[in-house]
Design a protein around this ligand. Structure first.
Ligand code: GDP
Length: 198
């Protein structure tokens, strides 16, 4: 698939506002600042498709991007999570919308879970993995910002994360990624192709 054809379609505040649940889509999730927007931008070759701005209000929306100027194959940017200043009530709302999306969305083929390689498997990540397991959706983990670590340290983290998730190895895969160096893009595309093809 040509991910450079991705075009913004719609922002949905809740499941009810999402585009028709047909075709196939892949959702990107990650704790705020993990590098989710940068990874989407790198994949799609666009410097500003997924906003890297940190406006908490905007991050609550589920953003859809259609591929190949149609809506049958989509990338989905899920709400960021983890702004310290957001009240507990708003956090609970996010959780409700996220879990509802994951449980009910038939066209969801898999989740790309973006983690900063220096801080993998946060509480948010564990929650996402738990939900994905409950609905038996595959998860592909991007250990991004790999350029921030030396090769040896990055490799060690990759192996440690794989080991920590061994019990879920049927549903979970892990790779290194760097938006800065454009490392790992082909590996990511291969995974997305396998999920999005009909
Ligand atoms: P998001 O909140 O998860 O969407 O995170 P962003 O994509 O906005 O990235 C958060 C910060 O990390 C920004 O300052 C980015 O420039 C930086 N960043 C993202 N990806 C990389 C990467 O691969 N390498 C480095 N060195 N910095 C990155």
């Amino acid at each position: 698939l040509n991910y450079h054809t991705a075009e913004f379609t719609i922002s949905a505040p809740t499941l009810a506002h999402c585009p028709s649940d047909s075709g196939a889509e892949v959702a990107f999730a990650g704790r705020s600042n993990a590098g989710k927007s940068s990874s989407i931008n790198t994949l799609t070759g666009s410097s500003r498709l997924a906003r890297t701005s940190k406006t908490p209000g905007r991050t609550q929306l589920i953003n859809f991007f259609g591929l190949n100027s149609g809506s049958m194959q989509r990338l989905v940017d899920l709400p960021g999570y983890g702004f310290a200043k957001v009240p507990e009530k708003v956090k609970l709302e996010w959780q409700r919308h996220l879990s509802e999306y994951l449980v009910k969305r038939q066209s969801l083929r898999g989740i790309v879970l973006v983690m900063d390689i220096r801080h993998p498997l946060t509480e948010f990540d564990q929650m996402m993995l738990q939900w994905a397991d409950e609905v038996q959706k595959p998860v592909h983990i991007l250990l991004t910002k790999s350029d921030k670590l030396k090769r040896g340290a990055a490799k060690t983290t990759l192996l440690e994360v794989r080991k920590a998730l061994k019990e879920w190895e049927d549903l979970v895969s892990v790779q290194m990624f760097s938006a800065l160096k454009k490392d790992g893009v082909d590996e990511l595309k291969t995974k997305l192709d396998s999920w999005l093809e009909f």
